[in-house]
Design a protein around this ligand. Structure first.
Ligand code: PGA
Length: 253
């Protein structure tokens, strides 16, 4: 089954708005036309409007790094899915491990955010991943199964819209330690089998599962060769236009 690869850059809390616009411009110029890969960048909220002006009409699409599940109201400091849609976002990263670790997000709140994203035509990029402790205790698959079923609670095959899953082992994020191709494939294959169990084969077959955690230009090809890896969620290397472009062009090397 063909699944169009997705290469998504998670800028996290980096760059000032003018730097972000320059980075987006540089990506646009270096990338030119990209037909075979879906290219997504997730700048901070404060940059979205200006960057949308820069990338509109190009293959680069925008993601938010987070959202609030409520539609509107007295939630000081928060941003709704509808607001993000009007900023030009097509995607939203949901449940990143940094949000789980530092901002108290749980599988339940991740689930609410996914439903809010879907209700507002945003494609969720749902992050799951185990800590080093969990891996060493042989709990990786158990943790992933729990996160996945919590995140996708209430979703049915009939109502399914495009949802992207990102497997990001916490111990590989920002550490320079990538999971080996085999370690990543094992979990990706498991995620697909879990999706098949709960939502059926058609949905499991078409769902894109990205790997994230210290992806660099020299590790992307080996990862993309794995049957169940359909792209990457890239942190550090997405802040360097040249590296990110090399990752997007993984198939052209
Ligand atoms: P990293 O981050 O590529 O810097 O490890 C990945 C992520 O957190 O999405």
């Amino acid at each position: 089954m063909f699944r169009k690869p997705v290469i998504a850059g998670n800028w996290k809390m980096n760059t000032l708005p003018f730097e972000g616009v320059e980075l987006a411009r540089s990506l646009r110029e270096k990338l030119g036309e990209v037909a075979n890969v879906e290219v997504v960048i997730a700048p901070p909220f404060t940059h979205l409007h200006a960057i949308n002006e820069e990338v509109k009409g190009t293959p680069i699409r925008l993601a938010a790094q987070n959202l609030n599940a409520k539609d509107s109201g007295a939630y000081t400091g928060e941003i709704s899915a509808a607001m993000l849609l009007t900023m030009g976002c097509d995607f939203a990263i949901i449940g990143h491990s940094e949000r789980r670790q530092y901002f108290g997000e749980t599988d339940d709140s991740v689930n609410e955010k996914i439903l809010a994203a879907l209700a507002n035509q945003l494609t969720p990029i749902v992050c799951v991943g185990e800590t080093l402790e969990e891996r060493e205790a042989n709990k990786t698959l158990e943790v992933i199964a729990t996160q996945l079923s919590g995140a996708l609670k209430g979703l049915t095959a009939e109502g399914w819209k495009d949802i992207i899953v990102a497997y990001e082992p916490v111990w590989a994020i920002g550490t320079g330690k990538t999971a080996s191709n085999e370690q990543a494939q094992e979990v990706h294959g498991f995620i697909r089998s879990e999706l098949e169990k709960s939502l059926g084969k058609a949905i499991a077959d078409k769902t894109r599962i990205l790997y994230g955690g210290s992806v660099k230009p020299d590790s992307i090809c080996g990862l993309m060769d794995q049957p169940d890896i359909d792209g990457a969620l890239v942190g550090g290397a997405s802040l360097k236009a040249e590296d990110f472009v090399k990752i997007v062009n993984f198939g052209k090397g």
